[in-house]
Design a protein around this ligand. Sequence first.
Ligand code: SF4
Length: 388
Amino acid sequence: MKIGILDADLVGRQKHRFPNLVCEKLSGYWKEHGAEVTLLLDYDHFDEYDHVFVSKVFTDTPVPEWLRETEKVHIGGTGFFFDKAPNLPDEIEHHMPDYRLYDSWIHSEVERAKTEYARKGKPFNEKSFMVQFKEYTDYCIGFVTRGCFRKCPFCVNQKFDRVFKHSPLEEFYYEGCKKICLLDDNFLGCPGWREMLQQLIATKKPFKFKQGLDERLLTDEKCEMLFSSNYDGDYTFAFDNIADYDLIHEKLKMIRRHTTTRCIKFYVLCAFESTDEVDIENTFKRIALLMDYQCLPYIMRYQNKNDTPWKRSEYKGMYVSLARWCNQPSIFKKMSFRQFCEANQALHKTEGTYCSAMQAMVEFEEKFPDIAAKYFDLRYADGKGGEQ
Ligand code: SF4
């Protein structure tokens, strides 16, 4: 039996660098059943396979118009069906992923790069080139829980009213992996969080919750365990809604009672409820609170498969500049918003005109001087780290 597996996000998105877990599980399942499994890198040779599975996570990943479910071709994932994506059969959903599925693609990327560097007469550093593939090579990946009860209107996760145990760690963990990556939607909301966290800690492997953790559910006990664990990279939370301001403030104080780490990042959703000055101010207000506690914001501009509202906003330039300022921690840690726009202007080549960042800032400040006075000069470096 010949099985083709196509990760549509890998094929359709430049620089996409995260394995598709469904593809890896399908590969594991079919290999165990004796099939010859190939990772497909285009849509051109489906007729050479007995079955082809196409999976995508992102709704805006392009796929060929002719692509349809047939007897041979099977399509799935939130990228195709959003929150109505059908579940995988249990024997595949709970199968050990094939963490080697992407090996041949990684190998060909390395060879391609080597040839390209040689052609340009440049030295090729394989180790640093390989960093982009670390999610494929270093991690075992899975969900120990599924579901979420919050039903945030911008979130794909609407199917369930609770968080429940999904896969025991052993289902996707193997001793040889360097690290563990959890894709859970709201781990801390699961009643069994304590024993699962203890189990993760007991592996002694660095682990991370890639989708972030729900800081609104933090308690002293959770902080104690999380912040003393061998966590991999930044702790990621979300501050999506200005209505949570007071609660998040309380949780930031709690976090700072337990850790001084600077590796705390919050996703900050904007351009969802509106794309006007109120939304811009709400975004700054959240950034300012995070700064105060020496946490890093990561701006997420809302978009769905049909629309990107911030692109239609009168303040499009502000959304772009906010994201460029916040989402580059080395810049954010050093500069206020105004300094960031001024630094862009200093690099601007056309005399007598503004760069796009400066233009957006100046226009916004003219219209809303009070908002500008309150937020444009705040700096992360002046944050008190919670020592209020
Ligand atoms: S808390 Fe997170 S996972 Fe749950 S609905 Fe909201 S955004 Fe989605």
